[in-house]
Design a protein around this ligand. Structure first.
Ligand code: AMP
Ligand code: GLY
Length: 382
């Protein structure tokens, strides 16, 4: 970002801190990236001060901020999702276990940076998961039926009533190849129009997006912003795994790499009340993003390792998105779990994968690890 724009450090992370920066530069439009400030009410504060912010109100952001809230909305709006039980205490969660078969899915209610979901294969693992999640994230949980199928990330741009779909994408949540190991925030993504065909997109709009937007608008909490539906494409049709109130990470990297134009126009129209008639212009070629993670991720990570080779990777035509990096005396070092998102396109998915991994091979830092199979799910499917 520093290469494209002037970065202004925040004095803190509260909605007021964002407001004072927006006012200090006379911002015409603010686009909220991450979920935490939205859940804390940054959109409400901007609107009180008559400033345009693209992102949902605190009330609508609960779709991501509370999995229990999201499930209740889905029940009320008859949106297809996994059968579930809410638990407010460890005892309630343990008592509910016999109502499910294994594997069972156990989720923390609140924000957990992608680490609040555990798939448990048997009673022993389920007890351990309940213990771990309640200790780390608090007592409220969801127990949920395990769904089988292919996952898809479907993101729409919303103006409160209408939705403009982005290209479909797919995330890779587990840390190791072949979807093994614990869940992470996301180890890589790809975007390819075949992930959801036009009929499937229509089905998702009719069964999920429109009922949700109508329900939220009629409840007095219309949704303005990016709405992300994490889907499982089951044999009984698409079902919602989760909602996010932002572009996904690392889906955003592969999507923005394919986006050719129209975003600013559509977002500006949305914050003014209606983006009907607007459209986005996409590169038809697929894209792939491979996340380079730090030593230890997704557990405790080591920081401060020197990163080399980014210029060489970019010379291949890749975009290297920085997520956990820092400059220390003109030396670029790691400063987070997911360090870089290396993103490239190709004439077809196989070529996009090859181009991306060629760029990845230029980059090195001690302890670096990444998945070698990003996008292979798509190759297998087609
Ligand atoms: P979530 O944050 O709710 O999307 O969950 C993280 C990941 O856990 C998802 O991307 C899926 O890979 C997996 N997952 C969540 N819920 C289910 C479910 N009901 N059945 C199967 N897998 C699930
Ligand atoms: N990639 C999933 C997320 O951003 O939550």
């Amino acid at each position: 970002m520093a290469r494209l724009a002037t970065c202004i450090p925040l004095s803190g992370g509260s909605p007021e801190d964002y407001l004072s920066v927006a006012k200090s530069i006379g911002a015409d439009l603010t686009i909220a990236g991450p979920e935490a400030p939205l859940v804390a009410g940054v959109a409400d504060l901007f609107h009180q001060h008559s400033l345009h912010l693209f992102g949902p109100s605190r009330a609508a952001a609960r779709l991501e901020g509370s999995k229990i809230f999201a499930k209740r909305v889905m029940s009320a709006a008859r949106i297809p999702t996994a059968r579930y039980v809410e638990a407010d205490t460890v005892d309630q969660a343990l008592e509910a276990l016999p109502r499910f078969e294994y594997p069972i899915v156990i989720k923390a209610d609140g924000l957990a940076a992608g680490k609040g979901v555990i798939l448990a294969g048997d009673l022993h693992e389920a007890r351990a998961a309940i213990e771990l999640l309640t200790t780390q994230f608090g007592p409220r949980l969801i127990l949920e039926e395990f769904l089988e199928g292919e996952e898809a990330s479907f993101i729409v741009l919303c103006d409160g009533r209408h939705a403009l779909p982005l290209a479909p994408a797919q995330d890779h949540k587990r840390v190791f190849d072949g979807d093994q190991g614990p869940n992470t925030g996301g180890m890589g993504s790809y975007s390819d129009d075949r992930i959801l065909d036009p009929n499937q997109i229509q089905e998702v709009m009719d069964l999920i997006i429109h009922p949700l937007l109508d329900y939220l608008a009629s409840s007095g909490t219309p949704f303005l912003g990016f709405l992300y539906a994490g889907l499982m494409l089951t044999s009984a049709g698409p079902k919602v795994l989760e909602f996010n109130v932002r572009l996904g990470d690392p889906e955003a990297q592969s999507l923005l790499h394919r986006l050719r134009g129209g975003l600013l126009e559509a977002v500006t129209a949305a914050v003014r009340g209606s983006m009907q008639g607007y459209s986005l212009d996409w590169d038809s070629r697929p894209s792939v993003c491979v996340v380079l993670a730090a030593e230890g991720y997704p557990s405790a990570v080591r920081s401060g390792d020197t990163i080399e080779g980014i210029a060489a990777a970019e010379a291949t035509g890749a975009t290297v998105f920085h997520a956990g990096t820092r400059l220390v005396d003109a030396r670029l070092v790691t400063a987070g779990g997911r360090v870089l998102g290396v993103t490239h396109t190709g004439g077809d998915l196989a070529a996009a994968i090859q181009n991306t991994y060629r760029a990845v091979s230029c980059i090195h830092f001690p302890g670096m690890h990444f998945r070698k199979d990003i996008g292979k799910k798509g190759l297998r499917r087609w």
